[in-house]
Design a protein around this ligand. Sequence first.
Ligand code: ATP
Length: 278
Amino acid sequence: MIEIKDLSKKFNNFTAVNNIDLVIKSGEFMGVLGPNGAGKTTTIKIITGLLKPTAGNVYINGSLMNRNNKEIKGIMGIVPQYSNLDKELTVYENLVFAAKLFRVENYRNKIDELLDFVELSDFKDRMTGNLSGGMARRLTIAKALINDPDIIILDEPTVGIDINGRRKIWDILKYLKSRNKTVLLTTHYIEEAEYLCSRVCLIDKGVIIQDSTPENLKEQLGAYTVEYFDAELKTAYKFFDSKQKALDYSAGIKSSNYTVRETTLEDVFYNYTNRKVV
Ligand SMILES: Nc1ncnc2c1ncn2[C@@H]1O[C@H](COP(=O)(O)OP(=O)(O)OP(=O)(O)O)[C@@H](O)[C@H]1O
């Protein structure tokens, strides 16, 4: 379990994270969704002990997180936004290095299993610097899983990866979800949060705006959306709890420029912030 209590981070006078409270229960798959600069990476860095908060605390399984808490680090797998791989080593050597760091027993079997899992067995002798972006990210995930952690934290795991690569990573993450791992990921991809997360926390300007299941967040707003051009030719949105009500409303719109569709998390985010996530 991850407990974030009254967490704030200031950089000089700028508040990047503003009094965040959040609990991620064991086995939960939590997505922190927000646009660039929302404070996602700063929060992750504090949770993983890379950055000291200005105020507040993070507890992992009830134990206070800090840079030197090796016990906690042993149960967490971290996939940072920027590569933590050694480009001068092969794929296999990177994993051996990580396995030795965590004193993993029988590590050759474990590495073979992980390479198979992230579909890199055929590339195990390739220099890491020559991998594609998607492959490198999958290797970073394998590295984070080397000590079979209960808690996995990923900062924008699919940013900059093409759609095929993204789907492969989603499959990996879905599998972790099915094994009841506690997963916390940040993303600014709506479909990623919708597809993977059992709970989503919307964050903007360092503040949590909403936190619930994707279904609840959409239902609270209205499961159906009418998107149309208003009299000033600006895009407007109306939300309804049934498709029929949305269709009835759209029948009264004078312009032919409208759509009736299911509400998305993007609508939820936009409704609370007046800004789009991407
Ligand atoms: N070391 C730092 N010094 C000053 N400001 C910082 C520092 N690190 C982050 N910030 C600022 O804090 C805010 C939050 O940054 P953060 O990287 O946490 O956002 P993010 O939600 O992860 O965005 P992105 O998706 O772009 O990574 C931004 O305005 C950023 O410029």
